[in-house]
Structures are given as structure tokens and as C-alpha cells.
Design a protein. Structure first.
Length: 231
């Protein structure tokens, strides 16, 4: 009985995983690589296994996110593989700050591919989504505006109209500045003492005297200033 339960559990787990993968059947036609469904904090990513075999990993949550195009997402990850971003040289480029460049290159490839195969509705939805993100971006990544403009340039079109007007607001942000404090500083200056002793011997002595002089010292300070941000 225990063995039978184990077999049933394994079968259900296998069926559940493959049922998720079946939803993406045909989506790997961009580059002929397998699509593996599993928890992924990045929603989707281009990966290689221990044998250096390439595949695309996608989070099942992508199924429920109707604000994004699965077609574009998978084409974008496919592009990372085809453009060499997952090769050792590409990984080194990413490590040394090339993430933004690679993301724009993958966006460009995916945009051209979707236009080529007639998925322009997915492409337009993705461009509008990027444009609506405005100047916001994850650290090291291009902004939404940059990604939208890049994709439009790649397919030879002009800027889209945003689905909502830009909203601006004033915020307080810290700003560094330099000011100068006056402090007293002890300096050594040469001084000559001359005179005669009780025996009528005269002469001069040269020595260093200590004096206090005011000097200006630069000091780094910060203050809050008002800035306008729009999104």
C-alpha cells in the first residue's frame, strides 16, 4: 500500500509539472530550447545546466500576469542564448556592468522576431508596458522609457503615446555640499632674537616661534532639497 501511494504521488507531481510545461508548448520555437516551469524570482531567465545545456526557465506566475506577454518574455530569454549572453564571455560582460546593454540587445531581437512572425499585438502591449514604467528601473537595468524607445528603434517606428499622462510630484532628497569652517591652526614661523649680554657681547639668534593663525577647512555636509519627479 505504501509503495502504491508513493507511485501515485510521483505520478501526480510529474503530471502537474508537465501540465504547466504544456501551456508553453510551441513557445520554444524561437530557438528550439526546452522551457522549464518552476519558481523563478526573475519571472523568466535564460539558464544552463551542469552539462552546459541551455534552457529557458519560467515562473508559473507568468501565467496569471496578464500585463505581460509570454511570447515576448520567452523570445527575450531565447535572445539571451542566441546572442551569446549565457556563454562565459557574455556572463563576464554582465558581471562587469554589461547588464543594461544585454537587456537592450535581447529586447531588440525579441521585438524584431515578434514583428517578423506576426505577433504585433504582443509587441505593442510590451512596448506600452515599458513606456508606462517611465524612468523607473531595477539597479543596473535600463529604464522602461529606454527599453520602449530601443524596441521602437529596432522595428523602425516612432514613440508610442502613454496610456496615462505623466504625474509629477515634489519630493525631499538629500544633497551633499561643501562649506568652510574657520579654525585656529598652530604654525611655526622663523623669528630672530638680537641683543647683548652683561659682558658686552652682542649677536642674534635664529629660532622658530609658534603662532596661532586662522585657516579655512572644507567640510562635507548634507541638506534636504526639493526635487520634482514624474512617472
Amino acid at each position: 500500500m505504501t509503495r502504491l501511494c508513493t507511485i501515485v504521488v510521483l505520478f501526480l507531481a510529474f503530471f502537474s509539472t508537465n501540465a504547466k510545461a504544456d501551456v508553453f508548448a510551441g513557445y520554444d520555437a524561437f530557438c528550439g530550447l526546452p522551457v522549464v516551469v518552476g519558481t523563478d524570482s526573475m519571472i523568466a531567465s535564460a539558464r544552463t545546466d551542469q552539462q552546459n545545456r541551455k534552457f529557458i526557465h519560467i515562473d508559473p506566475g507568468a501565467m496569471n500576469n496578464w500585463t505581460m506577454s509570454r511570447m515576448f518574455t520567452l523570445a527575450h530569454e531565447c535572445a539571451h542564448h542566441l546572442l551569446g549572453h549565457t556563454n562565459p564571455l557574455g556572463q563576464q560582460q554582465r558581471y562587469y556592468g554589461g547588464t543594461a546593454t544585454q537587456e537592450l540587445e535581447a529586447d531588440c531581437w525579441a521585438a524584431r522576431k515578434l514583428k517578423e512572425i506576426g505577433h504585433e499585438s504582443d509587441l505593442k502591449a510590451t512596448i506600452l508596458q515599458r513606456a508606462n514604467a517611465g524612468h523607473f528601473a531595477d539597479p543596473g537595468y535600463p529604464t522602461g522609457e529606454e527599453r520602449a524607445q530601443n524596441m521602437l528603434s529596432c522595428i523602425g517606428e516612432s514613440s508610442p503615446e502613454r496610456t496615462r499622462p505623466a504625474q509629477c510630484r515634489n519630493i525631499q532628497v538629500p544633497e551633499s555640499y561643501t562649506s568652510y569652517d574657520v579654525v585656529m591652526q598652530t604654525n611655526q614661523v622663523p623669528y630672530q632674537h638680537c641683543g647683548c649680554n652683561n659682558f658686552g657681547q652682542c649677536g642674534c639668534q635664529h629660532q622658530l616661534d609658534l603662532i596661532q593663525v586662522p585657516v579655512q577647512v572644507p567640510v562635507q555636509r548634507s541638506r534636504m532639497v526639493t526635487r520634482q519627479v514624474c512617472d
